[in-house]
Structure formats: C-alpha cells, structure tokens
Design a protein around this ligand. Sequence first.
Ligand code: BGC
Length: 600
Amino acid sequence: MSPAGAVEERVQALLARMSLDQKIGQMTQPERLHVTPAEVKAYHIGSVLSGGGSCPADNRPSDWVAMNDAYWAASMEEDAGHLAIPILYGVDAVHGNANVRGATVFPHNIGLGAAGDPELLERAGRVTAREVLAAGVDWTFAPTLAVARDPRWGRTYESYSEDPGVVAGYAARIVRGLQGEGILACAKHWVGDGGTEAGVDQGDTVVDEEELRRVHMAPYSAAVEAGVPTVMASLSSWRGEKCHAHSYLIRDLLKGEMGFTGFVLSDWNGVDPLAAAYGEAAAMAVNAGIDMLMVPETWREVIAELKQQVKRGVVPIARIDDAVARILRVKFACGLFERPRPAARPASNGIGFGSREHRAVARDAVRKSLVLLKNEDGRLPLDKGARILVAGSAAHDRGRQCGGFTIEWQGVSGNAAIEGGTSMWEGIRAVAPQAVLWEGEGEISDARDFDVGVVIVGEQPYAEGLGDIRHPSPVRPGAHVSVAPGTLQPYGDTLEFAARHPEALRTIRELAARGIPVVTVLISGRPLVVNEELAASSAFVAAWLPGSEGAGVADVLFGHHPFNGRLPMSWPSEMPGVNGRVGTGGNGVLFPRGYGLRPD
Ligand code: BGC
C-alpha cells in the first residue's frame, strides 16, 4: 500500500472511534496561558499555541520542552473516555524561533526578499526548524506569503516582496527548508492580506478575481505543491467579505481547485467578528472550510457552541468529519504519532540553539539583504583604519534590529532581552576597534577627530496593526491583547521618517554640519520617505530588520562582503493623500523595485 493509502486507512480507523466531543476538541486550539494539560485531556484538545511573547518559565529551550512534554503526555493518555492523539504545538517562528531567549534571529522577510537568494531561504528554514525542534515544538505559523502592496501596512516586513513572482519563488524553498528538518509549516494569511486598501491591517482587499489570483494567490500554489500541510486564514476581507467565512476562497479555490489536502486554521479570534452570536460565527467559519479554530481564550465557549450547531444540523457532521480527517491526516503523515514525548526526542535540546553555526547563516542573510541607495564619492566601503564616529539611537540596540515578533509580540528595545548576537555598533567595533560610539547626548568631540560618521537610525519595533501608518483611528486589537477598544494606536500617520523620528535627521545634520561625511544605515520594516536624510547623507543603506546578527552589516560596510541587495518594493518619494496609493502602481516612486547600487 502507498504511504498515502496507509495514512488514509489510519485516519479513517481513528475517526470511526471518535465521539463528537473528541472531534470538536481536535478542531480546537487554545493559547497556553488559558489551558492546562489536564484540560487538554478533559476536552480532547488537538492543538495549543503560544501567542507572540507567551513563554513558559524562564523562556529557555528546556522550559519549552518541559511545557510541551506536559501537554503531550496529557494528550497521549488513553483510557475509556480518551483517545491518545498527540497534541500539535504551534508558535510564530517567523524569523527564527525568536520568541525564545537566546535564539538565532533572522532578518524579517522583507530583508530576505532584498537578498534575492532562494537557496538562502532553505538554509534559514532549516536553522529555524532546528531551533523550533530544540524547544520540543512541531509547528510554526510561517511562512507569511503576503504580497505587500502598500508600505503603510504594519506587516509589510513579513512580506518578501511586492512582486508575487518573488514570493512564489521563495515559497517552496522556505517550506522545504522548514519541513526538511521535521517541523510543519503554515502558509499565511489566506488570502490577500497584503493587498488591503491603504495598507490597513485586517482591512479590505478590493481587487477583482483576476488580480487576486495573479498577485495574492500565486505564492500559495507553489507552497501547496511543495507540500505545505497547513494554511492560516486571513483576518482581512475580500471585497467586503471576511476571508474567515469565505467558502469560495477556502473550499472552492484552496481545497478544490488548488487541491490542498491539509487543514485550514483560523487566525487569532478570527471567528469573533463573523456574527454577533458566537455559535453562529463558529458555524460560519467551519462551514466555509476552516478546520481548526484558533480561539486563545474562548475555547470552552467555541466547543459548547459548535456542538450545538452540529446538533441543530447547521454544521453537517460530514463537515466535522472532513475537518478532523484533515487534522489527523497531517498528524499521521508527519509521523507525529511515532515521535516519542518531547523530552525524549533527540532534537529537543539546547545544544545547537543559538549556536555559532546557526548564527553564521543568519549573518550571511544580513550581508545579502543590505540595499545601498546612495554612495557619493565612493564613500563606501569604509576603511577600517579611518577615524569613525558611530552615532544614532539604533546603533547599539539589538532589540530594535530584530523588530516585532521577537521575545514579545511587539518586539523589544535595547540589548538586554536579546541574548547572543551583535548590535551593529558591536560589529563595527570588532572590525575597527578605534571607532567611537556617540550616544547622542552632549557635545560631539572635535569634528577634526573623525573622517566619517556612521549614523544608525530607524523605526521602533512593532507588529501587525500597531505598525500601520494611517490616521490615528483606533486599531482593532485583533491579537494578543485584551484592551478596551480605542486604546491602541497605529505607528504614525505618515511615512515620512523625519516626522516620526526627527532625532535621526538632527543627528545626521549635526555631523554633516561639522564637515563629517555621513553614512546612514536605516533600520525599518518598510520603505519610508527619507528624502531629507538621503540629501544630508553621503551614503545611505537600507538594512531592514536584520535580526540578531548586526555584525553582518559591518561585514559589508567595510567591504569584506559586497553589497548585494535589491529593493523588494518600490521606495516612495512622498506620502500619498488619503485615497492615494504608494508602492506598485502608485505615484511618487523615488527608487523602483530592483534598485540597489554596487560599489566597486
Ligand atoms: C497573527 C498571526 C499569528 C497568530 C498567532 C495573529 O495575531 O495574525 O500571524 O500567527 O496571531 O500568534
């Protein structure tokens, strides 16, 4: 019998033994803070997740292994009222297993898009997978296959490119890299998350079907072909209809036309906005083709409500059986039933976690991702014998380099929380030990003491809608936080960097005014309007969100490695008006996609 046939036989045999409670539990995914191992058993829970920043104990790999071991053991107790079905634990390892202390943190996707190296994606995927396995975890909610079309979107950095061809070209490589080491990948967010009007997170993607297919669906075909076993639905809408309740998108296109045989997961509380009554909302999602429900806190309610909907015939039992069969199929096919408990798995150990070998891959990714936008008078590469002044609020800040989805959902600032790795300043100092760090306060010593200034500035970390650029209407919380509506604000209301971070331009101008030529390095999750900073600088480098290995920037600034990156998105020269567009098809492009200088 073919392996697929054998899996199918096991799926059907197990399904035939399951009660309705066991089936609905299998379809339910609570968040770890809200579910105990005993509840995992009592409610027959199929999966548990960690939201961004939700970490056990001291947040070491061993703490994660212990936590997952307890959930796994509970899920595997077999007795008269419970069937042994291993739990699937999911995390957002979206740029390395970056929630965990001491992880190797890769550049966010936008930087990998600039690198233009599909083989690198596979290597990054393998390292990430090994660090996920080290924590006893089996599943990452990655890759994000969004095709970001507007840099005002707070999740722009999670997108490889505004070009669907680039994202599609990467999709198979990252899926193979992650899965080649034995974890499950999850392509997200189905579909059109990067195409919302004005880049509003969880907004509405108003494009016709031809454009939806050509731009936003294309990467998924590649991922499905490469064997991605899970897909997460998008919190956004397509032409006013929520993707979470979109039967045409999920059942007809993804599962039907594209032949996706794995399971579809809802996003964080993605069921809630579908209808006023929770039961109705859950039924809409499941009937539209969602197989597993990410219901961080309200999992007990969803279990009770969904059961009622099945009893009333609103959700056909055949749909429940299909959903559970899909989940079991993924669990059997990846060998989850054959794996020993997390604590006994050879890969569950801290040995390779954050190792030199892993960091070398991330450092290589940093080098390849840097895009040189200006280089007057051949200012770069730097001479390590030169007298170098390093300045700027992001020069010595590993947290800021990493951006969102690092240790915390919204990321962290400063160096304390990012163990291992190097800030850009640490990288520069290692090459040019006589370089001086000016932390921005007080007088700069005599300008005659310096040949060149390296000013490292950038955005503060952010994630999801809190990174949006738009008028300061409240952001729907959507994820990870229980706050009163209206208390969350977007990152700012303009893409003009100087308006949000005037201190950066002040520092650049201060050095330039003293006759010190300035090399500016920008840390950002997206292209920004930086006309004034560019004008005041002799050289300008877009470094994106490079992650923990800041030394990779020094490698290129000093010419030990060449500039290689090309813009994965067009770079705007102005902030558009309220209904204006930026990025693809918009006006005011300063540098087109693909731009990137190559000094000799
Ligand atoms: C995000 C997803 C993420 C999930 C779990 C949501 O807020 O939209 O991308 O995987 O949270 O942390």
